[in-house]
Ligand binder design. Sequence first.
Ligand SMILES: [Zn+2]
Length: 217
Amino acid sequence: MSAGSWRAALAALGCALAGVDHVLAGCGPAFCAVRPPGHHATRARAMGFCLLSTAALAALYALERVDRVAVLDFDVHHGNGTQDILWDEARAAYISTHQWPFYPSTGAEGEVGAHGQVTNIPLPAGTGSPAYRRAFLDRVLPALRAAAPGLLIVSAGFDAHADDPLGGLALTTQDFGWIGAQIGALPTLSLLEGGYNHTALAASVRAYAEGLKGGGL
Ligand SMILES: [Zn+2]
């Protein structure tokens, strides 16, 4: 943290809420290139570089206007804070792919939310493109279709890239473009989470955004 972190966290949240307004107004997908990330912050505690649970707060804000929301989290880490805050919210699906076992030690397959609306897809270290894409097609897309969200919020972390210094998964830049293409037909608000190799991060964000523009669920 630094003296500016709190202000940055508030600005990130403001950007996310403005993004909800933007997407729900029919203006197309939005990507919030913000830091700090948010998905580890719980109701009671900041953790894992995260001060405010931006994605969960954006989801609750969106539920004032849509019947159902979904949060898809493809950061290499499990979004324990998002899950914590949305655990009791039947109208908010939370779907996460993440390295397992790994920080923050949550995200087991048996953690399904108070209403069965949470889908955790833990993946072993070293998981690369073929196994990741299979898990996405077999688990993520059916859960998204079942959720039928009026808004999809994406915790878009890029630390599952093979070149990331923190994560142990082995996704490629092209995989993030592929993910974008799978969900591009939904009204989508993406929030930057992790991603710690700046070269891989920039290329992956670009590929993801291009995938979003061209894809379909
Ligand atoms: Zn992460």
